[in-house]
Design a protein around this ligand. Structure first.
Ligand code: SAH
Length: 404
């Protein structure tokens, strides 16, 4: 006989396939596996049942996204506020253990911190938050999050960064990025939207309402330090954005050139170089063209970092993406002197670590270079990977030594 749902929340019934997915440990159920949602409100907390009515846990519901259900707990959740607070506290405690040498890090990484749909980054005294789902955007949830973060971390201010495309997908009304009304006690700095943060001893300007993602690439923080350990001689940081790798390379290289197609990014990169009293050459160019021109002109260097944007945004673009990655690695390997260091990154979730290693292997074969893998790395520890949610693992960073 079917057991009764052990929850007072609206219930959502899912198919056998959806239930199997949850049994396997995943936390998402797709819309195609929803049998009935009983008019659950957009963004509501819901009790999930299988086809026979057996209770499977508590989830957050989206009426718009293809990911209709994101599980919160295999148990009934009666006090959502308590749960949110505990999870935020858990995320903060985890960082206290694993984050070192920085006042900028990801405080909350969505599913990776059991808070699906919520991203929070800290840049020194500023917090930047992103709500990616209807549930995390709901007013009562937002105020719990803002109050808890404010109380625990005591930031100068909290800024919300809005991704218009995501709001559209979640059918949420458009809203600009901006300062969030603070609902906590502390020194009031209502207009504070910029700061300087320090990671691995390198300083960066941060403008909360400009730039890409939440403004900086925190997931590369530990890779910056690793790259700096092996980098030497003449170095090239390709896809340098605001100079994350370039500024770290400058600690150990005789000459550093950063390449990016975005002028605004290079302007910040240049301000960052001044802030650290470094001389770095910034080149505004299409990386593919520039690497080809450099390689054709016989230019050589000792260290090259490749950190392109995600070429594979979906499975359907995987083949083209792999060709793009290969092209870049080929050109870089041609330019590296024996004894040189290649730092090659890929942030497309759809390219697996094994596939990316293969791209590097085939590129090296094609240009007759022998590579040793010095380090095979991923995202920084403040972007935790959940084994049962493969989507939480996305960044690859291979550091290789060119033997000949
Ligand atoms: N390495 C950076 C992050 C790179 S993000 C860091 O650690 O902070 C990817 C960057 O690639 C963006 O700055 C974007 O402007 C740039 N970009 C995208 N397409 C490009 C192209 N074809 N040529 C050069 N730069 C490009």
């Amino acid at each position: 006989m079917a057991s009764k749902p052990a929850s007072s929340l609206p219930s959502v019934k899912i198919s056998r396939r959806g239930a199997r997915r949850l049994q396997d440990g995943h936390v998402w159920v797709y819309r195609s596996d929803i049998i009935s949602a009983n008019g659950a409100a957009p963004g509501a907390a819901v009790g999930v049942t299988d086809e026979r009515g057996k209770f499977l846990g508590t989830a957050l519901y989206s009426s718009a996204s293809q990911i209709a259900i994101r599980m919160l707990s295999p148990r009934a959740v009666d006090d959502l506020t308590r749960l949110l607070r505990d999870r935020i506290q858990g995320a903060i405690s985890y960082r206290e253990r694993v984050v070192r040498d920085t006042d900028a890090y990801r405080v909350i990484f969505s599913e990776g911190d059991f808070l699906p749909g919520l991203i929070v980054d800290r840049y020194n005294d500023l917090l930047s938050i992103q709500a990616l789902t209807q549930a995390m955007d709901a007013k009562p949830v937002r105020s719990v999050i803002v109050a808890e973060l404010g109380e625990r971390l005591k930031p100068g201010s909290i800024v919300e960064r809005v991704d218009p495309r995501i709001r559209e997908l979640e059918q949420l009304p458009a809203r600009p990025s901006g300062l969030i009304q603070r609902e906590f006690q502390g020194d009031i700095q209502p207009e504070k939207t910029s700061t300087v943060f320090t990671m691995n001893g390198v300083c960066f300007h941060y403008e909360a309402l400009e730039g890409q993602k939440t403004g900086s690439f925190l997931d590369q923080r530990e890779n910056y330090a690793a790259a700096a350990r092996f980098a030497h001689g003449e170095a090239l940081d390709v896809f340098c954005y605001q100079g994350g790798f370039a500024l770290h390379l400058a600690q150990s290289c005789s000459k550093v050139t950063g390449v990016d197609s975005s002028r605004p990014a290079l302007e910040v990169a240049d301000r960052n170089a001044t802030l650290n009293s470094r001389e770095i050459e910034w080149v505004e160019a299409n990386a593919f063209d520039l690497l080809r021109d450099y390689a054709d002109a016989g230019r050589r260097c000792d260290t090259i970092v490749l950190d392109p944007p995600a070429f594979a945004k979906s499975k359907s673009t995987l083949e083209t993406a792999l060709r793009g990655y290969k092209e870049l690695n080929l050109r870089a390997l041609k330019m590296l002197r024996p004894g040189g260091i290649l730092v090659t990154c890929c942030c497309s979730y759809h390219v697996s670590p094994a596939q990316y290693l293969d791209v590097v292997r085939i590129s090296a074969q094609d240009v007759h270079r022998n590579l040793r893998i010095v380090e095979n790395r991923g995202q920084a520890k403040d972007h935790p990977i959940l084994l049962n949610v493969p989507e939480t693992e996305y960044l690859k960073c291979i550091i290789a030594y060119v033997s000949s």
